[in-house]
Design a protein around this ligand. Structure first.
Ligand SMILES: [Zn+2]
Ligand SMILES: [Zn+2]
Length: 298
């Protein structure tokens, strides 16, 4: 049983100040990441850097779609503790907040989708706020309405959530080192530590941000509405492709518990294809998917 505490005004203003500082820190960090991308004009292009950019984007985006979203937020399939940690780690590489923080916010989004309490709705807030601005607001750092208690009990998941910041720095060092090693052993590739840091870390992170954030902004505004989901969620084919299946967002709000978002054969859902493959390999199990009868009835 949780202890209930009454905050005195000094405590309240202290918490308020902390939340404002976090919002300012997020603003500065995210702006710096965007500015760092401009350094690509200085480091130049190489096919090696471009390939690492694509691989890094795939790792980060799939970490979010498979891990943070369909597993930690919605529990749409089961897995073992080792792969659960790997999913948490992959999602952490996307620099979108700690795993427990991300999932708590997302659960809250589904509960209040496009209503007043949905802090990133483009219906109740501006489009810019739904895309980026909400992470620069103090509401973003207030105590979660639906804490992710089911995963907070795992100490390795708590570790990922707590040491989210240092893990970002380690990741940046990892990309820089990769470029240096490639330059040392394969100088013909024409790359460097600095180039891989910019393309593999900064540019891939910023690109993944905007693809993910577009699900909150664009996919609650533009696209088709197949189901009455009690909100403004839309199916958007472009983000169905770019966000590995997450763009079928109206389907997702209708069947939030489903491991599959693309309900028709032509609704490309790479995350689901990967989950089916992992299920064949025995890495994940119990994929929840709506039946044909359910889909026909709705
Ligand atoms: Zn949504
Ligand atoms: Zn969701």
């Amino acid at each position: 049983m949780e202890a209930t505490t009454t905050l005195v005004p000094e405590d309240k203003s202290k918490i308020d100040l902390q939340e404002k500082r976090m919002a300012m820190a997020y603003f500065l960090v995210m702006t710096s990441f965007h500015l760092a991308c401009l350094l690509a004009f200085y480091t130049g292009f190489s096919w090696t850097a471009f390939t690492i950019f694509i691989l890094s984007y795939s790792m980060k985006a799939l970490g979010i779609t498979t891990g943070f979203h369909r597993y930690f937020s919605h529990r749409s399939f089961k897995t073992n503790r080792v792969f659960q940690f790997i999913l948490g780690l992959l999602g952490t590489t996307a620099v979108q907040g700690g795993v427990l923080w991300w999932s708590s916010h997302h659960r809250s989004h589904h509960r209040h989708s496009d209503k007043e309490k949905d802090i990133h709705s483009p219906v109740t807030h501006s489009f810019f706020h739904s895309h980026l601005g909400w992470m620069w607001s103090k509401e973003c750092f207030q105590k979660a309405e639906i804490p992710c208690k089911d995963f907070a009990k795992f100490k390795e998941i708590k570790f990922l959530n707590k040491f989210y910041g240092p893990l970002i720095i380690l990741q940046a060092l990892g990309f820089y080192s990769l470029g240096e090693v490639l330059n040392l052993f394969y100088p013909q590739l024409g790359t460097s530590g600095f180039q891989i840091l910019i393309w593999g870390f900064f540019m891939a992170t910023v690109w993944t941000w905007h693809v993910t954030f577009s699900i909150n902004s664009i996919c609650h505004r533009f696209g088709t509405k197949r189901y009455d989901s009690n909100d403004e969620s839309r199916n958007n084919w472009l983000f169905g492709i770019l966000a590995f299946g997450e763009g079928w967002h109206n389907n997702h709000h209708k069947y939030g518990w489903s491991a599959r978002n693309g309900m028709k054969w032509w609704q490309i859902d790479v995350t689901y294809y990967i989950l089916v493959t992992l299920s064949f390999l025995g890495v994940v199990s119990d994929l929840k998917v709506p039946t044909k009868e359910q889909l026909q009835a709705d």
